[in-house]
Each structure stands twice: as structure tokens, then as C-alpha cells.
Design a protein around this ligand. Structure first.
Ligand SMILES: Cc1cc2nc3c(=O)[nH]c(=O)nc-3n(C[C@H](O)[C@H](O)[C@H](O)COP(=O)(O)OP(=O)(O)OC[C@H]3O[C@@H](n4cnc5c(N)ncnc54)[C@H](O)[C@@H]3O)c2cc1C
Length: 168
């Protein structure tokens, strides 16, 4: 690191990275300060249990920074790349190769997604059949006291009918 820069940018998200890039292209010396770590392809949480252990603090440098305010809760990313890090989706290997399937928020266990033309080759015919993907929702285990408290706050905020209540 140098002692003096023309510009110091705090945060490497979309805003910081683009500004730093433009300023560097214009010939300025630029320093980007980022509080989070660099996340490689294999570092992202793969299960809900791992997600529960991926919350931000200055010791563990987790990916997800959850902040609760008076009237709004904010979930933001922390790491090189900023908000782009939270878009981690599901990569599926199909007989035809790799595809990306975006799982919509609120997906219930057992929900089936159909990937047209991504299945097995047709028998004695041209083309490929469809591939069906069934969602298996895994609940987090081993929550820290902080994560348990955050989950409790979340359930206080949503209007979810009690699944044990009898229908009349
Ligand atoms: C699910 C989702 C999908 C989205 N999809 C799109 C899309 O398709 N197209 C689109 O244009 N936008 C999309 N957005 C919006 C976009 O991600 C945000 O607008 C953008 O990330 C904001 O950029 P930013 O640089 O302001 O902040 P961020 O990207 O949040 O970056 C902030 C960075 O600053 C770092 N930081 C914070 N405090 C400090 C500190 N004290 N010291 C050092 N570093 C610090 C953080 O670690 C982070 O890396 C989406 C957002 C979400 C949540």
C-alpha cells in the first residue's frame, strides 16, 4: 500500500467498484477499502445450516450482514464484490451440462420445477425430454443464540397462519 492516493473508495460493491474503475481509467491512483473477505466459488454456504453460520461479524467475516432497525430490517452482503455476493443461486448438472435454476423466495418443500429440454435423450427420437427438480427444504440446525433471536424477530414480523390450527 502507498501512503497517499488521489481517491480512497470505501466498499467494493457495485457503487464502489465502478467508481474505482472509472477513476483508475481516468488516471487517478485509487485505494479500495473493503471490510469483508474474498469469496471463492467453493466458499459459499451450501446448506441452511451453513447459512446460519455465515452471518457477518468482525471476527468470522461472514457473508450476510443482518441489521434490524425500528421500521425495517436490512440484509446486505459483506465481502469483495458487495451485494453481488448474495445472488448465489443453485447450479445443477444435467445430462446436457450445467444450468442455473433460480429458486424463488417462499418455495415450499416438494415444489417441482420443470426444465424444458434439459432431461435425457428421447428414446428412438430426436431431442431431449424435460428434467424435473423437486425442492427439498432443509431447516437450519445448531443456531447460535443471535441467529435464534433474529429468527424469532422474523416470525414476529410475518403474518403466517398457525399450521397446527384446525380448519373449520
Ligand atoms: C437479491 C438482490 C438482487 C439484485 N439484483 C439486481 C440486478 O439484477 N441488477 C441491479 O442493477 N441491481 C440489483 N440489485 C441491487 C444491487 O445489488 C445494489 O443496488 C448494489 O449492490 C448497491 O451497491 P453499493 O456499492 O451501494 O453497495 P453494496 O453492493 O452493498 O457494497 C457495499 C460494500 O461496502 C462494504 N463495506 C460496508 N461498510 C464498510 C466499511 N466500514 N469499511 C469497508 N467496507 C465496507 C461491504 O462489505 C460491501 O462489500 C439487487 C439486490 C439484491 C439484494
Amino acid at each position: 500500500m502507498k501512503d497517499i492516493y488521489d481517491v480512497v473508495v470505501i466498499g467494493s460493491g457495485f457503487g464502489g467498484a465502478i467508481n474505482a474503475c472509472r477513476l483508475a481509467l481516468a488516471g487517478r491512483s485509487v485505494c479500495i477499502l473493503e471490510r469483508g473477505k474474498r469469496w471463492g466459488r467453493k466458499d459459499f454456504p451450501r446448506t441452511t445450516g451453513q447459512v446460519a453460520r455465515s452471518f457477518w461479524n468482525y471476527k468470522d467475516l461472514g457473508l450476510l450482514d443482518y441489521r434490524a432497525f425500528e421500521n425495517i430490517d436490512v440484509l446486505q452482503a459483506s465481502g469483495v464484490g458487495g451485494g453481488s455476493l448474495v445472488y448465489f443461486n443453485v447450479h445443477i448438472r444435467t445430462p446436457k451440462g450445467r444450468v442455473v435454476l433460480t429458486i424463488p423466495a417462499g418455495t415450499q418443500p416438494g415444489k417441482t420445477f420443470r426444465l424444458t429440454g434439459q432431461g435425457m435423450p428421447r428414446f428412438k427420437a430426436d431431442g431431449f425430454g424435460d428434467l424435473y427438480v423437486k425442492a427439498k427444504v432443509v431447516l437450519p440446525t445448531g443456531l447460535t443464540p443471535e441467529a435464534r433471536e433474529a429468527a424469532g424477530k422474523f416470525f414476529d414480523l410475518i403474518d403466517q397462519p398457525d399450521p397446527r390450527a384446525r380448519e373449520t
